[in-house]
Ligand binder design. Sequence first.
Ligand code: NAP
Length: 356
Amino acid sequence: MAQNARHVHVVGTGTIGEPLLGLLCTFRKELGIDTISFNKKQALTSDRPKVRALMRRGALLAADKEMIPKFEELGMKIAFDFEEALERASVVIDCTPAGNTNKTQNYARHEKKTLGFVAQGSEFGFGKPYARGINDEALVRVEDQYTQVVSCNTHNLAVVIDTLALQDKDPGNLVEGRFVLIRRSSDISQDGSFVPAPAAGKHDDARFGTHHARDAWHLFKTLGYELPLFSSAMKVNTQYMHSMWFSIRLREKITLPQVIGRLRENQRVALTEKRSANTIFSFGRDQGHFGRLLSQTVVSVPTLHVRDEHEVVGFTFTPQDGNSLLSSVALAAWYLYPEDYVERLQPLKAFFFEEI
Ligand SMILES: NC(=O)c1ccc[n+]([C@@H]2O[C@H](COP(=O)([O-])OP(=O)(O)OC[C@H]3O[C@@H](n4cnc5c(N)ncnc54)[C@H](OP(=O)(O)O)[C@@H]3O)[C@@H](O)[C@H]2O)c1
């Protein structure tokens, strides 16, 4: 690590990149970051307001060298080209669907100087999978130069398993975990991919069903656990947050008050009496950071049920992408300050909610 300044570079300004930059800029001092920059791929007048707003928050704009004249022609001042930004960066957070490609084409040649590279949910295989609070103890300095923040739905699934089944760090307590991810068809920031009616997903993975259980399996595997998980997914005609039905069968006996007690004790879990995505989303829009709740899941308490003293079923809501944003910030802080990154994250607690 040659550079002294702590510089975080975010690649991509989409659904994840834009609010991530917002969080980093808001908490820059508390997190101990000196400078923040971001890469924009396309120079578009339609994206100019977003780029300018991020620059007003203190983030510096970078672009591919050949695109610089186009950006400047449109009145967006470039601070560095992409290569220079990577050269300066202590941590790079990739928020594109091309993280694995960027790894081989761009990041690999900066490995000597950069503390860490982070990619997002779609980029399976980029590096060690991570979700804040679930597998922090699995992170290994230097060895884990590449990490992958698991998807927002995988966070949801993982925190429910962690809270209900793994309190005693005994993976044998989880007899079976089954999940149905009920996904919004597109985000409010996206125009495409909307579906006119609920559309069921295929089970592409013979063992895990969909990638959600597979990704959660790999996440827990970093702790040495091999959990019996299976997931299904369907898209519904909404742009609000994803929801999830779960069934967690435990070896131990459990009661409903114990279930609620365990969930309440975990500060990364929000409880709610609400049962609709729109009322929870609306709370996030009004009380969250850039409209995001940073809790990892929102559990709908009236839907919780215990069957046969061993099986817990219920519905949860994925707090948009706030959980992935929190884990991305946590990894940046870990790369920069492995000794006290948890303390540095404390100001973000303002956007964790016990109750929604
Ligand atoms: N959307 C969610 O709710 C959500 C939740 C959790 C995790 N994730 C994960 O986050 C990642 C990004 O998803 P997103 O929804 O934020 O995507 P998005 O809204 O489509 O934004 C993608 C961004 O990446 C940039 N980009 C695309 N291809 C690029 C390339 N080859 N090199 C550099 N930049 C490139 C685009 O730049 P231009 O605008 O300049 O074209 C855009 O800013 C994915 O891994 C996804 O799985 C998404």
